[in-house]
Write a protein that binds this ligand. Structure first.
Ligand code: UDP
Length: 234
Protein backbone atom coordinates (compact mmCIF):
# COMPACT_ATOMS: atom_id res chain seq x y z
CA UNK A 1 0.00 0.00 0.00
CA UNK A 2 1.24 3.47 -0.85
CA UNK A 3 1.71 5.57 2.28
CA UNK A 4 2.25 8.98 0.67
CA UNK A 5 0.08 9.87 -2.28
CA UNK A 6 -0.59 12.87 -4.48
CA UNK A 7 -4.05 12.92 -6.04
CA UNK A 8 -4.75 15.15 -9.05
CA UNK A 9 -8.39 15.68 -9.95
CA UNK A 10 -9.70 17.88 -12.71
CA UNK A 11 -12.12 20.71 -12.09
CA UNK A 12 -14.84 18.72 -13.86
CA UNK A 13 -14.89 16.39 -10.86
CA UNK A 14 -16.61 19.23 -8.98
CA UNK A 15 -19.26 19.95 -11.61
CA UNK A 16 -19.88 16.67 -13.41
CA UNK A 17 -18.82 15.88 -16.96
CA UNK A 18 -19.36 18.71 -19.42
CA UNK A 19 -20.97 20.91 -16.76
CA UNK A 20 -19.86 24.04 -14.96
CA UNK A 21 -19.74 25.17 -11.35
CA UNK A 22 -19.76 23.34 -8.05
CA UNK A 23 -22.28 20.54 -7.65
CA UNK A 24 -22.87 19.49 -4.01
CA UNK A 25 -23.52 15.89 -5.06
CA UNK A 26 -20.17 15.74 -6.81
CA UNK A 27 -18.56 17.33 -3.74
CA UNK A 28 -20.11 14.61 -1.60
CA UNK A 29 -18.83 11.88 -3.94
CA UNK A 30 -15.26 13.27 -3.96
CA UNK A 31 -15.20 13.60 -0.18
CA UNK A 32 -16.41 10.03 0.35
CA UNK A 33 -13.72 8.66 -1.98
CA UNK A 34 -11.05 10.71 -0.19
CA UNK A 35 -12.37 9.80 3.25
CA UNK A 36 -11.76 6.07 2.71
CA UNK A 37 -8.15 6.76 1.78
CA UNK A 38 -7.48 9.20 4.64
CA UNK A 39 -8.99 6.75 7.13
CA UNK A 40 -6.55 4.10 5.96
CA UNK A 41 -3.74 6.31 7.28
CA UNK A 42 -2.36 7.60 3.97
CA UNK A 43 -0.55 10.93 3.89
CA UNK A 44 -2.49 12.62 1.13
CA UNK A 45 -1.73 15.69 -0.96
CA UNK A 46 -4.28 16.94 -3.50
CA UNK A 47 -4.00 19.19 -6.54
CA UNK A 48 -7.21 20.26 -8.27
CA UNK A 49 -7.83 21.80 -11.68
CA UNK A 50 -10.31 24.54 -12.52
CA UNK A 51 -11.99 23.48 -15.77
CA UNK A 52 -15.39 23.60 -13.98
CA UNK A 53 -14.99 27.34 -13.47
CA UNK A 54 -12.96 28.65 -16.40
CA UNK A 55 -12.03 27.12 -19.73
CA UNK A 56 -9.42 28.37 -22.16
CA UNK A 57 -11.83 29.28 -24.94
CA UNK A 58 -13.94 31.52 -22.66
CA UNK A 59 -10.86 33.40 -21.61
CA UNK A 60 -9.36 33.79 -25.08
CA UNK A 61 -10.46 37.47 -25.03
CA UNK A 62 -7.87 38.28 -22.34
CA UNK A 63 -4.92 36.35 -23.79
CA UNK A 64 -3.02 33.38 -22.36
CA UNK A 65 -1.06 34.99 -19.52
CA UNK A 66 -4.10 36.55 -17.84
CA UNK A 67 -6.21 33.50 -18.65
CA UNK A 68 -3.69 31.31 -16.87
CA UNK A 69 -3.65 33.54 -13.82
CA UNK A 70 -7.45 33.46 -13.71
CA UNK A 71 -7.28 29.66 -14.07
CA UNK A 72 -4.87 29.46 -11.15
CA UNK A 73 -7.25 31.50 -9.00
CA UNK A 74 -9.95 29.00 -9.99
CA UNK A 75 -7.87 26.21 -8.47
CA UNK A 76 -7.82 28.16 -5.19
CA UNK A 77 -11.64 28.37 -5.28
CA UNK A 78 -11.87 24.60 -5.80
CA UNK A 79 -9.26 23.96 -3.11
CA UNK A 80 -11.22 25.98 -0.54
CA UNK A 81 -14.44 24.27 -1.57
CA UNK A 82 -12.83 20.85 -1.17
CA UNK A 83 -11.31 21.77 2.18
CA UNK A 84 -14.64 22.93 3.60
CA UNK A 85 -16.45 19.89 2.17
CA UNK A 86 -13.88 17.60 3.85
CA UNK A 87 -14.37 19.50 7.11
CA UNK A 88 -18.10 18.74 7.02
CA UNK A 89 -17.11 15.06 7.13
CA UNK A 90 -14.62 15.56 9.97
CA UNK A 91 -11.53 15.43 7.74
CA UNK A 92 -9.05 18.18 8.45
CA UNK A 93 -7.03 19.71 5.66
CA UNK A 94 -4.80 22.68 5.02
CA UNK A 95 -5.01 24.69 1.79
CA UNK A 96 -1.54 25.92 0.92
CA UNK A 97 -0.26 27.94 -1.99
CA UNK A 98 2.33 30.44 -3.15
CA UNK A 99 -0.33 32.49 -4.84
CA UNK A 100 -2.61 34.28 -2.47
CA UNK A 101 -3.10 35.80 0.91
CA UNK A 102 -6.62 34.80 1.83
CA UNK A 103 -7.32 34.02 5.52
CA UNK A 104 -7.88 30.29 4.86
CA UNK A 105 -4.93 29.82 2.51
CA UNK A 106 -1.56 29.18 4.14
CA UNK A 107 1.79 29.97 2.60
CA UNK A 108 3.24 26.74 1.23
CA UNK A 109 6.41 25.75 3.06
CA UNK A 110 8.04 22.35 3.42
CA UNK A 111 7.70 22.58 7.21
CA UNK A 112 3.97 23.16 6.78
CA UNK A 113 3.64 20.11 4.52
CA UNK A 114 5.41 17.94 7.12
CA UNK A 115 3.42 19.41 9.99
CA UNK A 116 0.15 18.88 8.10
CA UNK A 117 0.90 15.19 7.55
CA UNK A 118 2.21 14.74 11.11
CA UNK A 119 -1.16 16.00 12.36
CA UNK A 120 -3.04 13.58 10.12
CA UNK A 121 -4.39 16.32 7.89
CA UNK A 122 -4.70 16.44 4.11
CA UNK A 123 -2.52 18.94 2.21
CA UNK A 124 -4.47 20.70 -0.56
CA UNK A 125 -2.14 22.54 -2.92
CA UNK A 126 -3.93 25.45 -4.59
CA UNK A 127 -2.82 27.92 -7.22
CA UNK A 128 -0.97 25.53 -9.54
CA UNK A 129 2.76 26.16 -9.75
CA UNK A 130 1.96 29.89 -9.27
CA UNK A 131 3.29 30.56 -12.77
CA UNK A 132 1.31 31.01 -15.97
CA UNK A 133 2.14 28.78 -18.96
CA UNK A 134 2.06 25.67 -16.77
CA UNK A 135 -0.72 23.18 -16.17
CA UNK A 136 -2.23 21.69 -13.05
CA UNK A 137 -0.75 18.34 -14.16
CA UNK A 138 2.72 19.85 -13.93
CA UNK A 139 1.76 21.42 -10.60
CA UNK A 140 0.68 17.96 -9.44
CA UNK A 141 4.03 16.44 -10.49
CA UNK A 142 5.92 19.27 -8.80
CA UNK A 143 4.02 18.98 -5.51
CA UNK A 144 4.31 15.17 -5.66
CA UNK A 145 8.10 15.53 -5.82
CA UNK A 146 8.14 18.22 -3.11
CA UNK A 147 6.05 16.20 -0.66
CA UNK A 148 7.94 12.99 -1.43
CA UNK A 149 4.89 11.14 -2.80
CA UNK A 150 5.36 7.48 -3.74
CA UNK A 151 2.80 7.79 -6.51
CA UNK A 152 0.84 10.42 -8.40
CA UNK A 153 -2.72 9.28 -8.98
CA UNK A 154 -4.46 11.11 -11.79
CA UNK A 155 -8.20 10.78 -11.27
CA UNK A 156 -9.99 11.20 -14.58
CA UNK A 157 -13.22 10.13 -16.26
CA UNK A 158 -11.44 7.47 -18.35
CA UNK A 159 -10.29 4.15 -16.90
CA UNK A 160 -6.71 4.44 -18.13
CA UNK A 161 -4.53 5.38 -21.07
CA UNK A 162 -5.64 4.30 -24.54
CA UNK A 163 -3.85 4.22 -27.90
CA UNK A 164 -6.57 6.59 -29.25
CA UNK A 165 -9.55 8.40 -27.78
CA UNK A 166 -11.79 5.46 -26.77
CA UNK A 167 -14.92 7.62 -27.11
CA UNK A 168 -14.21 8.25 -30.80
CA UNK A 169 -12.42 5.02 -31.69
CA UNK A 170 -13.98 1.85 -30.25
CA UNK A 171 -10.97 -0.18 -31.44
CA UNK A 172 -8.64 1.85 -29.19
CA UNK A 173 -6.35 -0.32 -27.10
CA UNK A 174 -5.94 0.21 -23.35
CA UNK A 175 -2.44 0.05 -21.89
CA UNK A 176 -2.09 -1.43 -18.45
CA UNK A 177 1.58 -0.38 -18.15
CA UNK A 178 3.67 2.17 -20.01
CA UNK A 179 7.01 3.89 -19.58
CA UNK A 180 7.17 7.68 -19.58
CA UNK A 181 9.33 7.51 -22.72
CA UNK A 182 6.76 5.36 -24.53
CA UNK A 183 3.93 7.72 -23.57
CA UNK A 184 5.91 10.70 -24.89
CA UNK A 185 6.94 8.87 -28.07
CA UNK A 186 3.38 7.77 -28.80
CA UNK A 187 2.20 11.33 -28.05
CA UNK A 188 -0.55 10.03 -25.77
CA UNK A 189 -2.52 12.80 -24.17
CA UNK A 190 -2.11 11.66 -20.58
CA UNK A 191 -0.15 14.53 -19.11
CA UNK A 192 2.14 17.16 -20.57
CA UNK A 193 5.79 16.35 -21.02
CA UNK A 194 6.92 18.69 -18.22
CA UNK A 195 4.82 16.64 -15.78
CA UNK A 196 6.39 13.43 -17.18
CA UNK A 197 9.87 14.93 -16.95
CA UNK A 198 9.44 15.70 -13.25
CA UNK A 199 7.98 12.29 -12.45
CA UNK A 200 10.70 10.58 -14.45
CA UNK A 201 13.49 12.55 -12.77
CA UNK A 202 12.11 11.74 -9.32
CA UNK A 203 10.99 8.17 -10.12
CA UNK A 204 7.39 8.86 -9.19
CA UNK A 205 4.98 6.48 -10.95
CA UNK A 206 1.74 7.92 -12.30
CA UNK A 207 -1.44 5.88 -12.10
CA UNK A 208 -4.31 7.02 -14.32
CA UNK A 209 -7.67 5.89 -12.98
CA UNK A 210 -11.38 6.42 -13.47
CA UNK A 211 -12.07 8.48 -10.35
CA UNK A 212 -15.82 8.17 -10.89
CA UNK A 213 -15.92 4.44 -10.35
CA UNK A 214 -16.69 4.08 -6.67
CA UNK A 215 -13.85 2.63 -4.62
CA UNK A 216 -11.26 3.00 -7.39
CA UNK A 217 -9.23 5.63 -5.56
CA UNK A 218 -8.78 3.39 -2.51
CA UNK A 219 -7.94 0.41 -4.73
CA UNK A 220 -5.25 2.41 -6.53
CA UNK A 221 -3.76 3.46 -3.18
CA UNK A 222 -3.71 -0.26 -2.25
CA UNK A 223 -1.46 -0.65 -5.34
CA UNK A 224 -4.13 -2.36 -7.41
CA UNK A 225 -3.64 -1.27 -11.01
CA UNK A 226 -7.22 -0.27 -11.80
CA UNK A 227 -6.16 1.85 -14.77
CA UNK A 228 -2.78 2.43 -16.36
CA UNK A 229 0.53 2.76 -14.54
CA UNK A 230 3.34 4.81 -16.02
CA UNK A 231 6.85 4.31 -14.71
CA UNK A 232 10.49 4.87 -15.60
CA UNK A 233 10.32 1.46 -17.19
CA UNK A 234 12.82 -0.26 -14.91
N1 UDP B 1 -2.49 27.12 -14.55
C1 UDP B 1 -1.35 27.85 -14.70
N2 UDP B 1 -0.22 27.46 -14.04
C2 UDP B 1 -0.17 26.36 -13.28
C3 UDP B 1 -1.34 25.59 -13.14
C4 UDP B 1 -2.49 25.98 -13.79
O1 UDP B 1 -1.34 28.85 -15.40
O2 UDP B 1 0.89 26.07 -12.72
C5 UDP B 1 -3.73 27.57 -15.19
C6 UDP B 1 -3.89 27.03 -16.60
O3 UDP B 1 -4.49 28.05 -17.37
C7 UDP B 1 -4.89 25.92 -16.43
C8 UDP B 1 -5.75 26.42 -15.26
O4 UDP B 1 -4.85 27.17 -14.45
O5 UDP B 1 -5.60 25.76 -17.59
C9 UDP B 1 -6.30 25.33 -14.39
O6 UDP B 1 -7.18 24.63 -15.02
P1 UDP B 1 -6.92 23.21 -15.78
O7 UDP B 1 -7.29 23.42 -17.19
O8 UDP B 1 -5.58 22.66 -15.52
O9 UDP B 1 -7.96 22.39 -15.02
P2 UDP B 1 -8.52 20.94 -15.29
O10 UDP B 1 -8.61 20.73 -16.79
O11 UDP B 1 -7.57 19.98 -14.64
O12 UDP B 1 -9.85 21.03 -14.62
Amino acid sequence: MYKKVLLKISGEAFSGEGKKGLDPQMGEYIVNEIKEVVQSGVKLGIVVGAGNLFRGEELSYVGPIYADQIGMMGTIINSLYLSSALKKHGIKSVVMSHVTNLPSVERLTYDLIEETFARGKVAIFGGGTSNPLFTTDTAAALRAAEMGAQVLIKGTKVDGVYSKDPKKFPEAEKFSKLSFDEAIKLDLSVMDTSAFALCKAHSIPIMVIDFFKKGNFLKSVMEENVGTILTNGN
